[in-house]
Design a binder for this molecule. Structure first.
Ligand SMILES: NC(=O)c1ccc[n+]([C@@H]2O[C@H](COP(=O)([O-])OP(=O)(O)OC[C@H]3O[C@@H](n4cnc5c(N)ncnc54)[C@H](OP(=O)(O)O)[C@@H]3O)[C@@H](O)[C@H]2O)c1
Length: 290
């Protein structure tokens, strides 16, 4: 299977690269295919041969999106539709990555894929529109909704905590947003498991559609911060505070724990607890720094 990945520098793209082993993989960076420019994107894809397209690129600046709606819409809503149309024309499978921010956060039990989509901010709204565009394209597609993504190198909450912890003995972290932290390595493994299943089963009767994927377990940002310091052997005081004490331009869902039963049952994918994944990420980070 020839795999084309849109996005090269992002957390998921890096993990896909790190785990590629013998796979035929091509990455398109923003310089090669800027999703804000549909004609250039189309041109960049024209010369590429692929059986599977993974869209790992997105406008992910949640707060900036509130005042930069047009740019977020171009990348998160319009571009996935265009990529999916190209996949439909080529008969390729599109794997599109979406987010728990498509949910409004008012649930109190884990959200299945058919829970109502009602984003509470511009980022989530543009990602939800991207999902609709992919579905409407007629392309064979898998939409993976993931959450709270981190890896050893990216711009993410885990690395922010470690950076702040270098200079502070005490940190205030919100405890009233609950979700599922997800290591991008585990998400990349899931993407490959889906591609392998597609290669094995063939396009006919393949269980296409929308799937949640995140590490197992639940956490608040406060829990995650405590785990980061505990596992890194850093003695820091973490003070739980309400989101209202940290006003931000974008509202975030209070509860976005996803139910992963569908992807596990359909594809036999095993998902580990976020604490195990975090431990691996921190070990990788330590290894890289020595
Ligand atoms: N991060 C999270 O917590 C989180 C949570 C839930 C879902 N997701 C979803 O998971 C997917 C992967 O996220 P991630 O954390 O790996 O993303 P990331 O690290 O923020 O990287 C985003 C990628 O998108 C690229 N990109 C941004 N604007 C672009 C444009 N106009 N044209 C082409 N490429 C562009 C970036 O390129 P440059 O580096 O050149 O800007 C970068 O490669 C995304 O679909 C995201 O919405 C993420």
């Amino acid at each position: 299977m020839k795999i084309l990945v849109i996005g090269k520098s992002g957390q998921l793209a890096r993990s896909l690269d790190a785990l590629k082993e013998g796979r035929e993989l091509t990455f398109l960076s923003r310089a090669e295919a800027d999703l804000s420019f549909p004609e250039k994107t189309e041109e960049a894809l024209r010369s590429k041969e692929f059986d599977v397209l993974v869209n790992a690129a997105a406008y992910t600046a949640v707060d900036a999106a509130e005042t930069d709606r047009e740019a977020a819409e171009a990348v998160n809503a319009a571009a996935p539709g265009l990529l999916a149309q190209i996949c439909a024309e080529r008969g390729a499978l599109m794997i599109h990555i979406s987010t728990d921010y498509v949910y409004d956060g008012s649930a109190s039990l884990p959200l299945s894929e058919d829970a109502p989509v009602a984003p509470c901010g511009v980022y989530g709204a543009t990602k939800a529109a991207g999902e609709l565009a992919v579905r409407a394209s007629g392309a064979q597609h898998l939409i993976l909704r993931t959450s709270w993504l981190y890896n050893a190198e990216g711009k993410n909450f885990v690395n922010t905590m470690l950076r702040l912890g270098e200079t502070r003995s005490s940190l205030r972290v919100v405890f009233d947003q609950i979700g599922c932290p997800t290591y991008s390595v585990d998400l990349a493994e899931a993407v490959y498991a889906l591609i392998d299943a597609y290669a094995e089963r063939g396009a006919e009767d393949f269980p296409l559609g929308t799937y949640n994927f995140a590490n197992e377990g639940v956490a608040s940002w406060y829990d995650l911060a405590c785990a980061v310091f505990e596992m890194s052997g850093m003695q820091r005081e973490v003070v739980p505070v309400r989101s209202s004490e940290f006003p931000s331009p974008a509202k975030r869902p209070a509860y976005s724990v996803t139910d992963k039963a569908k992807i596990k049952d359909t594809f036999g994918i095993k998902i580990r607890h976020w604490r195990k994944a975090l431990r691996d990420c921190l070990a990788e980070k330590k290894l890289k720094s020595t």
